[in-house]
Each structure stands twice: as C-alpha cells, then as structure tokens.
Design a protein around this ligand. Sequence first.
Ligand code: ATP
Ligand code: MG
Ligand code: MG
Length: 379
Amino acid sequence: GGWLGLLGGGQLGRMFCHAAQSMGYRVAVLDPIADCPAGAVADLHIRAGYDDEAGLAQLAERCSAVTTEFENVPAASLEQLALRCQVSPAAGAVAIAQDRIAEKGYIASIGVPVAPYAEIRSEADIDAASASLYPGILKAARLGYDGKGQARVESAEQARAAFASFGSVPCVLEARLPLEFEVSVVVARGFDGEVVTYPVSENVHRDGILAISTVPSPRASEDIVRRARAAALQVAAGLEYCGVLCVEFFVLPGERLIVNEIAPRPHNSGHYSIDACVTSQFEQQVRVLAGQPLGSSDPLAASVMLNILGDIWFQAGEQAAEPAWGRALQAPTAKLHLYGKTEARRGRKMGHVTCLGADRVQAERSAAQVATALGISYP
Ligand code: ATP
Ligand code: MG
Ligand code: MG
C-alpha cells in the first residue's frame, strides 16, 4: 500500500491509476484541469499547475514516490520534488526527452542512428543547413505532440517562413525519409538496473497521430525486432533511466533502423500491453515507482490496437453523437477503453480498442470488424 504521485492528469495517468489501485496503492494526481481523465479516478486530485510550489509540496508530502505521465512537465518541478521524495524518471532524463535538440544529440552520442538533422536557433542556421536536408520537416524542439509544431518544407525559403510562423523558437530541421514502416519498443527499467523490453509494435500514423498498433509487427524481420529491442535498451541504460520509456523507430529501405524520438513515460503504442501482455506498461510504471520487481512483458495474445479519435463522434453531422459501442463489442475479443473525456473533438484521443487473437491474422480480423462497426478506416 501507500501513496504514489503523478504529474499530469491525462489518459496515461488514468490508466496508471487503474494499475496502481488494482495493486492496492493510492494515487495523488497533480493537474490544473478540474475534469481531467486521471483526476476523476485518482484518490486525490491536487488542482494546481505543474510548477505550482504549494501543489508540488502537497504531492511530495503525501507520496513516497512520484512519476510523470506528461513529458512537458517542467524539469525544474521534478528537481524540486526530488528534494523531498523519490522521483522517476529523473529530471535529467525528462529534460533530454522533452527537447528534440538534446534528444537527438544524446541518441547520436550513444551510436544509435537518427535522421539527418540540423539544429535551428536562428535564420542563419537555416542558411547554413545542408541542402541535403530538403525535402525536410521543421520541428519545434519543445512541446510538440501528435505532429503539432511541425511543418513540411521543400526549401530554405519555406523553412524560414515556417521558423518565423513558430515564433522563431529553437527547432530541428530534419530530412524527410522514405519510411517503409514505423515500430516502437517500450522499455521498463528499475532502480537496480533490472530491465525488460516489450514486443515490437508496428505503428500506422494518420495526420501525425497514431492510428493503429499491431503486435507482432507484420513487417519487421527477426533481425529488426532484435536490433530495435537492443537499441531501446541502450537508450534506457545510457540515461540510467528509471521507469517506463518508449523509443519510436523508422524502418528505412535495406532494413535500416533509426530512432525517431523517445517518450519518458508509457506510450500510446504500448496500450496493447494492458490486454495482451502478462504485465501492462502501466503496471510496470507502478512497480518501478513502488520499488517492486518488474513483471514479465511476455505477450499472452496477438493484438491490434485501434485509436478512437473524436472524429467518429461527427459521422452523422456537426452535432457530436457518441458512437454505438455495442456494435464494436460484437467482436468478442475487442477490449474497449474510454478515457472519460466529456467533449469529443476532431483529432482528440478519446479511447482505444485492443482486438486480441490467437495469432496476428485473427487479431486483424477482429480489428477489421471493429473498425467497420465504428467507421474507422482499417487497411
Ligand atoms: P508524437 O505524438 O508521437 O509525440 P510528434 O508530434 O512528436 O508525435 P513525430 O513523432 O516527430 O511527431 O512525427 C510524427 C510522424 O510524422 C512520425 O511518426 C512519422 O510518421 C512522420 N515523420 C516524422 N519525422 C519524419 C521524417 N523525418 N521523415 C518522414 N516522416 C516523418
Ligand atoms: Mg513526440
Ligand atoms: Mg512520435
């Protein structure tokens, strides 16, 4: 028993609460938003900003250990908490993961390939950047998610315009690569260095937002799976990471594997682990925080996870209408997860469905049935 603390009250925090509570822990969530997804299920919701001193003090007083579900939490807040209770992941690891310049520099420094890129802090940096980075993507170094804070650019002129439109904040200019497909690996690492990796998930994005995760990956060879898991371990070990981390990869022609980015927390592409693995990524986060041994990450079934975005509330028109979940649940191996968000908006993550199968083909069949029932496109 005891109290565990969480910075951030989104859906990742909500699923953390479920995992913690089922193991007998109580959870205090710090988030400024009254009706945030985790606030509704937490044992205590401290309504305060992520840098609010009184809120942070209250969290530290209540909890022996604190984690984050939100990578944009100020690293300074984690440092402040660390003076009074155990904090994982450490501020230093989060500071790297939340800044693309630091992140790419770190990953390249441990010998793991990243996309060719240039650091952009001024127009002069754009002028000095190699022409080989076009066609490229300009990405704000901080605060982006779901493809926000990114612009596709064909030339230095377009890059300068995009840089200005972002308010001239620090950015990376990245070469646009010929992706064959994308995969990710979730890693859990304990305080004593004990570590597990999850099965490789193959991820399809639409408009910069994760749409589908399939495990086992249909296209990754055994060699890619082995190298992706090894690279993810290397990333975690080099950060002396404590907690759950996700590494996103691009697979390029010739089975070239490069890291896209890392997330210092459980990840949308790891949600399948709730229903399809011995230990979910959220339970692993609880175990690390509570100083318990890690559980097995072994799969119990093949799975296809479909994200449920707010878009499907608007299929009948401008008036939001809740989908008929019963139609999706006619697929008997479909597991529905809704995050308790009251307002549906296009592009907003409202929930997900994990479709299980004895093998991948069966999971895909179930996913096709669910997708048809919900009006989600599935290849
Ligand atoms: P997330 O929600 O995963 O944090 P994000 O906003 O950080 O998203 P990225 O992961 O950088 O965005 O990019 C989103 C998607 O855009 C990638 O998964 C990939 O499909 C595409 N993409 C990003 N960078 C490149 C690139 N260099 N070349 C080709 N496609 C890319
Ligand atoms: Mg990201
Ligand atoms: Mg990403």
